[in-house]
Design a binder for this molecule. Structure first.
Ligand SMILES: C[S@@+](CC[C@H](N)C(=O)[O-])C[C@H]1O[C@@H](n2cnc3c(N)ncnc32)[C@H](O)[C@@H]1O
Length: 314
């Protein structure tokens, strides 16, 4: 595939000047394209060729893999951005992401568009209990003066790091030992929502009622988490495939749950190599209960802690 030259791209009939796609400029009204967002989305069409190019580029940058049968899903997720950028074809959007300097500002929006923001408080809680009942006590027995660092590496809207903090507080650890919780996600929109600490009822569905009463205040339809708890999380936007995660990965415990299910084996191995190289020993890694790592690495071994499974560095 020979890339279309940049100067020609900006002159195509369907491509308005690129600055209109940058984050500094409000999104284009769909009227400019002579259609509503919905009707344009219906007619954009993602050809097999454009799908293959976009899919590979997205995989390279984010680790997320769209199999051949997911073409409609990818088209659905990206079509609004294509239109907001003023394009009427996915190929133009591909050229923007691949060759244009404005791509730097567009990738965070791609992450927003691709994110699957499904999470809730007390999800897979046995793992959090294993952290609080086994990993944290062991750490402070061996290194009482060293801050224990926990990183929620795909934190979505923040339910995971806050669940960890609630359980640590319930066990008395927050007041008696130095513990720092970091949380990041590749989607800036989700991190911004996490920082508000404001949740719909659905997010709290698995949280015991007494903990809901203790840590949340209801405002209209929303539940606001205690500001003290929220202030204990250091939030950041970070893509697991970027070198910027190397500092965060020095944590003693990493929660990277329910994100590898979207990644290719190659991307999972890449992230695991960074974790393995950077984690503070002994290094505990929590992944989603459906995400076995055994076929991807022999640098971590599986441990049973309480009612949960956790990986630890070999
Ligand atoms: C289903 S949520 C999981 C949330 C939480 N960890 C849990 O288990 O409930 C998956 C999250 O992974 C994030 N994500 C996807 N690709 C990522 C990447 N390359 N780097 C960092 N986060 C990513 C998405 O934005 C989304 O918030």
């Amino acid at each position: 595939m020979i890339p279309r030259p940049l100067q020609n791209r900006s002159q195509t009939r369907h491509s308005p000047p690129r600055p209109e796609c940058s984050s500094a400029v409000p999104p284009l009204s769909s009227d400019r394209l002579g259609c509503s967002i919905t009707s344009c989305t219906d007619t954009l069409g993602l050809s097999i060729h454009a799908f293959a190019l976009l899919r590979d580029l997205i995989h390279e940058r984010t680790g997320i893999m769209f199999d051949d049968d997911k073409r409609d899903i990818l088209a659905d997720k990206l079509s609004t951005r294509v239109i907001e950028c003023g394009f009427s074809s996915f190929m133009d959007y591909y050229y923007l992401l691949k060759y244009d300097p404005a791509a730097k500002d567009e990738w965070p929006k791609v992450m927003d568009a691709l994110a699957v923001p499904e999470t809730y408080f007390w999800r897979e809680v046995d793992q959090i209990r294993a952290l609080v009942d086994h990993v944290v006590p062991e750490h402070f027995k061996n290194s009482p003066a060293t801050t224990f660092k926990i990183w929620s590496a795909a934190c979505c809207t923040g339910e995971e790091p806050l669940s960890i903090l609630i359980m640590l507080n319930e066990s008395g650890w927050l007041e008696r030992a130095p513990i720092q919780v970091y949380a990041s996600d590749a989607s800036p929109a989700l991190v911004a929502r996490a920082k508000t600490g404001s949740y719909r009822e659905r997010s709290l569905r698995a949280l015991p009622p007494e903990l809901r009463e203790k840590y949340f205040t209801k405002h209209g339809d929303l539940w606001q988490v205690s500001p003290d708890l929220l202030a204990r999380v250091k939030f950041a936007t970070a893509n697991l495939l970027d070198p910027e995660v190397e500092n965060l990965a020095t944590a003693h415990a990493i929660f990277c749950r329910n994100v590898f299910i979207y990644f290719s084996p190659q991307a999972i191995r890449k992230v695991l190599n960074v974790f393995h190289a950077r984690m503070s020993p002994p290094g505990y890694l929590f992944v989603g209960v459906s995400e076995s790592l055994l076929r991807f690495t022999d640098s971590f071994r599986l441990l049973e802690l309480g009612d949960a499974f956790v990986y630890t560095k070999c």
